[in-house]
Design a protein around this ligand. Structure first.
Ligand code: ZN
Ligand code: ZN
Length: 372
């Protein structure tokens, strides 16, 4: 049994030394050192950061994934293990994930002889960029994996709470950017310019008509404009405007429809105002879709290890690049309570470390159920 205090110590080490996506050099070295100290085999991969370890032997193989990256946030929690970097923080709790999965790996190593197959332990870089999982998939390292398990700590649930659903559990996350190119000039002579702020006003209204007028009452989507910029002072007509925001969807057809409507709006406004309106649309992680059978097993095991399980009625509108795995392999992803007054990605995010007590037991028992 892995000592809880050891997991806390590892979590605090990672918390104190956070690294941004794709820069997790020290984090990877620390993970490797801990795994090697416990005789756990690290597999060869071309990954620059992150690593894949393997425990057990045999044909069957399942995987457990933890993400490892931090965020460009200035931490405002005053622990004695506060981030040593003023502008980087483990504000998504990936430090909690690493410690939990390390604990899992050590427990699995201790029962390696009883495992009827192999377990790949994936410490994955760059989750926050939305494509770290795909980079692992593209190495081929999960080609022999028949099921993948993951979790995210969740601050609005108390420690001991476990939330899950089969099917779609997180949304697809896309980013859109509009550039409006007009013609600037003197504020007193609008007839000699082409004011991008007028186009901007129409654009904002048009974007917000998509969910209300193009999406069926039986489908769901969020379209949010997060940033609008134009102009520099009161008596000048600007020559450019910029809008960016995000689209969250649960269904691929709805996702495509919204992208198409945004494109139509760009073209329509270009024609209407004789300005140049261009759209840059970036598809980030798709929706995480939980396998029904794995979800049933996960619920059973979570209850056995003492979680209070609640089956979610609706998916969350957050994104999670675990979808990079679960689009290729049957997967199951759960939300486990970490009880913080502040949400994920907040500078005062402060998860309760008691979450570390049960997560390894959940994974170990689920592995035992699956490797039969
Ligand atoms: Zn995050
Ligand atoms: Zn996260």
């Amino acid at each position: 049994m892995t000592d809880y205090n050891q997991l806390v110590a590892w979590r605090r080490y990672f918390h104190q030394h956070p690294e941004l996506s794709n820069e997790e050099i020290n984090t990877t070295a620390k993970l490797q050192q801990i795994l090697e100290e416990h005789d756990i085999n690290i597999l060869e991969t071309p990954l620059k950061t992150g690593l894949v370890a393997e425990i057990g032997q045999g044909d069957q193989c399942i995987a457990i994934r933890s993400d490892i990256d931090a965020l460009p946030i200035n931490e405002l929690v005053n622990h004695d293990f506060k981030s040593v970097k003023s502008d980087v923080m483990h504000a998504c709790g990936h430090d909690i994930h690493m410690a939990s999965v390390l604990g899992t790996a050590l427990q699995l190593k201790a029962i390696e002889g009883q495992l009827n197959g192999r377990v790949k332990i994936i410490f994955q870089a760059a989750e926050e960029l939305g494509y770290g999982a795909l980079e692992v998939v593209n190495t081929g390292i999960v080609d022999d994996v028949s099921a993948i398990l993951g979790f995210h700590n969740y601050p609005s649930l108390n420690v001991g709470e476990f939330a899950i659903k089969s099917g779609v559990i997180t949304s697809a996350v896309d980013r859109f950017e509009f550039n409006i190119q007009g013609v600037g000039g003197h504020a007193a002579k609008p007839e000699q310019s082409n004011d991008p702020v007028i186009v901007l006003g129409q654009l904002i209204n048009s974007i917000q008509s998509i969910v209300s007028r193009n999406i069926s009452a039986f489908d769901e989507a969020v379209v949010t404009i997060g940033q609008v910029t134009s102009g520099s002072t009161w008596n000048v007509i600007a020559d450019q405007a910029y809008v960016q925001g995000t689209v969250r969807t649960f269904d691929a057809n709805v996702r495509d429809l919204i992208e198409q409507r945004l494109q139509d709006i760009a073209q329509g406004l270009t024609a209407m105002f004789n300005a140049t309106v261009t759209l840059n649309y970036t598809k980030l992680p798709g929706a995480v879709i939980n396998d029904q059978q794995l979800t049933d097993k996960a619920i059973q095991v979570a209850q056995e290890v003492g979680y209070n399980v609640n089956v979610m009625e609706e998916p969350l509108t957050i994104g999670e690049d675990f979808s990079g795995f679960s689009q290729q392999i049957p997967g199951v992803f759960a939300f486990i309570g970490s009880n913080s007054n502040y949400d994920l990605h907040h500078p005062q995010y402060d998860p309760d470390e008691m979450i570390l007590k049960k997560v390894p037991s959940y994974f170990v028992n689920l592995v035992k159920q699956l490797l039969v």
